[in-house]
Design a protein around this ligand. Structure first.
Ligand SMILES: *[C@@H]1O[C@H](CO)[C@@H](O)[C@H](O)[C@H]1NC(C)=O
Ligand SMILES: *[C@@H]1O[C@H](CO)[C@@H](O)[C@H](O)[C@H]1NC(C)=O
Ligand SMILES: *[C@@H]1O[C@H](CO)[C@@H](O)[C@H](O)[C@H]1NC(C)=O
Ligand SMILES: *[C@@H]1O[C@H](CO)[C@@H](O)[C@H](O)[C@H]1NC(C)=O
Length: 372
């Protein structure tokens, strides 16, 4: 899959540049890559987009965000638009909350995801054709062999109404919340996560953006894009309307110790990730992310858990609630991972796609996500 993606990237590099997507083939499970700079525990990164641009986010080439009283505006006016931003640093387990209004528009997709250099991924996605649901999903190591992980959740008018979409990600579990209500739990050892093997477990950046899931009637008829079009609800229309996803604010909490997150081997396991940081307000040494990364904040306390999900130790809370604005200096040396996009919601259609088709879809649309 990696070689296919790399080859396809060469073929489509100009297109992906046009569409403003970054691309790298540096997958730490295949080669040595630069370490990922982490925020570190105790540094809440809060971005209030109603105040305008933020240095907490790297704007993808080709992306122009506008800012209004509602926050950041991700605008799509043409089929080639795919406004995308990425957090400037990584989390090694953590919690991320976003207040977002999904873009309207049949064929338009809004995405808020966590993604790692080796293509572990945790998603929220909204379809502009559907104003009563949101999809949760995840990927392990870019594995798109099957498409049975997406779940749709009811949510009231996500296009018109602010909701607090939250992901709490630990070594033991991933939990998706809407407005404080738990919608989904994925445990490390779940069969859906291949008993841990495909559980997302490597340092993640936060990415958000909107994109065109179905560009035209021709795309809906093309075997290569038909499935994605069906998932997206049909062809988008352009020329009369600007389709806008709104993000009011984002809160990022890294549960890891920050510094550099390094893949110490090519397993891509969470145990292999080491942190060079020192955990503020914690007795953790910070020399390894292993002890700290599996912690999650539970009503003011930190509950350390095994990967299997059992609580083992209690320690005092470290989340100070202090707000930190990062400098925005692009000190992170790891660029966005290679990504692939494919269709969703239609296992029959999806199963027809080979890796090459999937990569072509991804790069042809200029997308930066694994999508279903
Ligand atoms: C990818 O996922 C499929 C289906 O869940 C699984 O059978 C396969 O072993 C996975 N491949 C890898 C490399 O993990
Ligand atoms: C958003 O939801 C998360 C998860 O329930 C919660 O921890 C957080 O406090 C909420 N944010 C706000 C501003 O209510
Ligand atoms: C984040 O945005 C939502 C929606 O506008 C708002 O209700 C909430 O107060 C904001 N949070 C903060 C801390 O400003
Ligand atoms: C979790 O705790 C239960 C109850 O003590 C125990 O039966 C189970 O074996 C534990 N699981 C793991 C993975 O430690």
């Amino acid at each position: 899959m990696l070689s296919t993606l790399a080859a396809t990237a060469v073929l489509f590099s100009s297109l992906s540049l046009v569409n403003g997507q970054t691309f790298t083939d540096c997958n730490p499970t295949a080669k040595t890559c630069p370490a990922d700079e982490g925020y570190g525990k105790g540094n809440t990164i809060f971005t209030d987009f109603t105040k305008g641009a933020s240095t907490n986010w790297e704007i993808a080439a080709g992306t122009t965000l506008t800012y209004g009283t509602s926050g950041a505006e991700f605008n799509i006016k043409a089929s080639t638009d795919a406004p995308t931003v990425s957090s400037d640093k990584y989390i090694m387990f953590g919690q991320v909350d976003v207040f977002l209004k999904a873009s309207p528009g049949t064929g338009i997709v809004s995405s808020f995801i966590l993604e790692s250099d080796d293509l572990d991924e945790i998603d929220w996605e909204w379809l502009g054709s559907t104003d009563n649901s949101v999809e949760s999903n995840f990927f392990g190591k870019g594995n798109t062999t099957t498409y049975d992980r997406a779940i749709y959740h009811n949510v009231a008018t996500p296009i018109e109404t602010w909701h607090n979409y939250s992901i709490t990600w630990t070594a033991a579990y991933t939990k998706w919340y809407i407005d404080g209500t738990l919608m989904r739990t994925l445990n490390y050892g779940d069969a859906l996560a291949l008993n841990g093997k495909n559980y997302p477990q490597t340092p993640m950046r936060i990415k958000m953006g909107s994109w065109v899931g179905c560009a035209s009637a021709a795309a809906a008829a093309d075997a290569a894009t038909k499935g994605t079009c069906e998932w997206a609800g049909g062809p988008a229309t352009f020329g009369t309307t600007t389709w806008t996803m709104l993000v009011a604010n984002v809160t990022i909490n890294d549960f890891g110790c920050g510094g550099k997150y390094t893949y110490t081997d090519m397993t891509g396991s969470w145990q292999s990730i080491k942190s060079s940081g020192t955990c503020a307000g914690s007795s953790d040494s910070g020399s390894s992310v292993t002890s700290s990364a599996a912690t999650t904040s539970t009503s003011g306390a930190v509950l350390a858990q095994t990967a299997a999900g059992n609580s083992t130790t209690m320690s005092t809370a470290t989340a100070s609630g202090s707000t930190t604005k990062t400098t925005g200096s692009s000190s992170s040396t790891t660029s966005a991972p290679s990504q692939v996009t494919t269709s969703d919601g239609n296992p029959t259609a999806k199963s027809k796609y080979g890796v090459i088709d999937v990569a072509v879809i991804a790069l042809g649309l200029g997308l930066g996500y694994l999508v279903m």
